[in-house]
Design a protein around this ligand. Structure first.
Ligand code: GLA
Ligand code: GLA
Length: 710
């Protein structure tokens, strides 16, 4: 993708800006000379870099005389991209219809002098006071009917037509003004889309959305089973608007409406920007962790790349969970992404905002790259003197001088500049995927049945068992193209439409191995219970079904039925299964339990389906049993680790180029050194040390190019 961006940019530059190219090349020669003198290494212009280091910079908060000093310090840290503008509406449009972009022109031009390119944020997460004062209907209303006020951010209503008009206008003005500036790499729309609004207009739009979907109120009544508790509606306007406590069908449709509304909210800005910018400039937005506020797969269909904000508020990196989150984001578009924000050591919004230990800021940067990030940006450059985030980690202190973590980030920048190009056009390639379904996640969260049943944990439990064995994993939507995967895990695929069920059967028939987890196939697309027992429309292909489900108060024993004879416990959920086809085999079985309901019944069954297989696991397995079970599935599918025998703290990440050549990143996430066998002679690009083994220090990183290596 990045390569494409670079090529497209260079092409458009060649066509449209020959003079700038000459200028840029002159500049490149100058940088080259300076770099050769000082570091003996050719420097890169931002567009030549396959890995970009960056930071969020807020020039509007500082006097212009200071900018050059800031940019010099950035350049010294090998920062090649700044994200600017995303909260600067009152500086860009100080009064209604009065636009001031000169300061931003200056800031971008000055950044370019320091070989720093720009991602421009539309400022719609922070509307100015004049707007919300004159047009109070643009303010968000929470579920309890309270209207937001000025003074914080995200105080706007995502569905309000007046707000959208202003948002489109500022986006268009910005695009018209900056869209042909070759120093601009791309656009970030808004910032961390979060809270929906429950204002009168939003409610009316929800009613119209339902009307369009169901056509008649009778059809809605039927599919929502509104005879239940006299919920039957006479017309769409009677339908309450809530995000909790209502009929689950209503709640699921509200989530889908919220998704569609965020999409149209962004689309208004995309329509304003796209026609006015260079084709090379990307459009994205920055998302948050496992945020379930909207369906991220659907939203990202409208964006060019995915980008996210990665934080560990307590300063303790959980490397496996962090890996899963990167893979989640890579799955939004099934391609590389940007890490748009991450912490320089610490944040300000946790309960105890401890710093990452020394070395972990660098460790996180390389881990992001290993999972497909093409850029890593720190939030933020320098503490604003006032405002709500005075204590957040930064690269510079309030005095404008580097704080200790600056040096660690500078080290990352030096490394990105030195070896980043080895990652050009490369991406992780997985043979195994985990399906993540927002519909299923929402449906379970509406009625968890056991508070211990957490959808994300269901995914990460599988991920944890898979990671050491598969080493590259995709987390994708059930709607994604699954043909590239040998094995697909679908934990808690609770809401299962007939179309998805059909697709999954085809996947198995064609040779894929599908492993369904507990609670799968229980609901239809309307969140109604399937009339066929779980897994509903997949029960026939599976040759078996769930007899009954149980939320567990006490753990129940589970045995794996194969040569390994592994034993373990189910602690959260247990479903008793019944094989119905003679060729369905029991692969997991419950032992003797206290309450007797699942005693000695099947906990997992498996069946060959066409050239592949379908397996259903009805119990939440503990980590040991999960590992043993996952190992067996991967073994059957012929998936082996890329580099076997790694210590448990060591992660191998592989990025593959179209030519098939590979780049490895090895990270020791532990707190002690590790001796690691490489199975061939390799040279670490970071240290230049070669050998069949490497001693990786705590938080240590090694990078290997396997070009031409078998
Ligand atoms: C109460 C109510 C019933 C039903 C049950 C569920 O007894 O009267 O309508 O909700 O709880 O346990
Ligand atoms: C989020 C926001 C940023 C900033 C950081 C602080 O990611 O997007 O503006 O508030 O959190 O951690």
């Amino acid at each position: 993708m990045w390569q494409k961006i670079c090529e497209a940019t260079i092409l458009s530059l060649t066509l449209e800006f020959p003079i700038r190219i000459v200028y840029r090349n002159l500049r490149l020669v100058a940088i080259l000379l300076v770099s050769i003198c000082f570091v003996g290494m050719p420097a890169q212009t931002p567009r030549q870099n396959s890995l970009l280091l960056g930071t969020a910079w807020y020039p509007e908060q500082w006097p212009e005389e200071r900018w050059d000093a800031d940019l010099s310090l950035m350049e010294q840290a090998h920062i090649h991209v700044v994200r600017v503008g995303e909260f600067a509406w009152s500086s860009m449009e100080p009064a209604e219809g009065v636009f001031r972009f000169e300061w931003l022109d200056q800031a971008i031009a000055l950044a370019a002098k320091h070989h720093i390119a720009v991602v421009l944020g539309t400022p719609t997460a922070a509307p100015p006071a004049w707007l919300t004062t004159k047009y109070p209907e643009t303010l968000r209303v929470d579920e309890d009917g309270k209207r937001a006020e000025h003074g914080n951010r995200q105080q706007f209503s995502f569905s309000d037509p007046v707000y959208r008009r202003f948002a489109a206008q500022i986006a268009r003005k910005m695009a018209e003004h900056f869209g042909h500036n070759p120093d601009l790499l791309g656009w970030q729309l808004d910032n961390e889309l979060a809270a929906p609004s429950f204002d009168a207009n939003a409610k009316q739009q929800f009613h119209r959305w339902l009307q369009k979907k169901y056509g008649s109120i009778a059809e809605l009544n039927r599919r929502w089973t509104t005879a239940y508790w006299s919920q039957t509606y006479d017309n769409f306007d009677e339908i309450p608007v809530h995000s909790k406590g209502e009929n689950p069908a209503l709640l699921l449709d509200w989530k889908r409406f919220v998704t569609d509304t965020w999409i149209s909210y962004l689309q208004v800005q995309i329509d304003a920007i796209r026609p006015n910018i260079l084709p090379a400039q990307f459009i994205t937005t920055n998302t948050m962790h496992w945020n379930e506020g909207f369906d991220h797969y659907l939203l990202h269909k409208h964006l060019d790349i995915a980008a996210w904000d990665d934080y560990f508020p307590d300063g303790h990196l959980d490397p496996v969970l962090n890996a899963a989150e990167h893979d989640l984001v890579r799955g939004y578009k099934q391609r590389n992404f940007w890490l748009m924000e991450t912490q320089p050591a610490f944040v300000n919004w946790g309960s105890v905002n401890s710093p990452l230990p020394r070395g972990v800021t660098r460790e996180m940067a390389w881990q992001a790259v290993g999972h497909g990030a093409d850029a890593v940006l720190y939030w933020q450059w320098r503490s604003a003197l006032n405002g709500q985030e005075q204590y957040h980690g930064t690269m510079l202190g309030a005095d404008g001088l580097p704080v200790p973590v600056y040096q660690e980030i500078e080290e990352v920048g030096t490394e990105f500049d030195r070896i980043g190009n080895v990652f050009s056009s490369s991406t992780p390639e997985a043979q195994v995927a985990i399906l993540q379904s927002y519909d299923s996640r929402w449906a379970i969260d509406f009625q968890r049945h056991s508070q211990k049943f957490d959808y994300v944990t269901q995914i990460t439990d599988v991920y944890k068992a898979l990671q050491p064995l598969a080493q590259t994993i995709d987390i994708v939507s059930p709607d994604a193209d699954l043909t590239r995967y040998k094995v697909v895990f679908a934990p808690a695929l609770n809401v299962l439409s007939d179309a998805t069920a059909k697709k999954l059967v085809t996947y198995c028939s064609d040779g894929g191995h599908l492993v369904l987890g507990p609670r799968s196939g229980m609901k239809d697309f309307d969140d109604a219970l399937q009339t066929e027992r779980q897994p509903g429309p997949l029960a026939a292909a599976l040759g078996g079904h769930v007899d009954q489900y149980y939320a567990l108060g006490k753990p129940v024993p589970v045995d794996e039925i194969d040569t390994s004879e592994a034993h373990g416990m189910a602690t959260v959920w247990a479903e008793s299964l019944v094989p119905t086809a003679s060729d369905a085999t029991v692969v997991l079985r419950y032992g003797k339990t206290a309450d007797g309901w699942v005693d000695h019944q099947a906990a997992g069954i498996s069946r060959h389906v066409g050239k592949g297989s379908m397996t259903y696991v009805g119990a939440t397995l503990d980590s040991e049993l999960m590992s043993s079970f996952v190992a067996r599935i991967l073994d059957e599918a012929g998936i082996a680790p890329i580099l076997p025998g790694l210590p448990s703290n060591v992660e191998l990440m592989q990025r593959v180029k179209p030519s098939g050549s590979r780049v490895w990143i090895l990270i020791n996430h532990g707190v002690a050194p590790e001796h690691i066998g490489l199975q061939r002679e390799l040279k670490d690009m970071l240290t230049g040390m070669a050998g069949r083994f490497i001693d990786l220090p705590a938080h240590g990183v090694a990078v290997y190019s396997l070009e031409g290596v078998q």
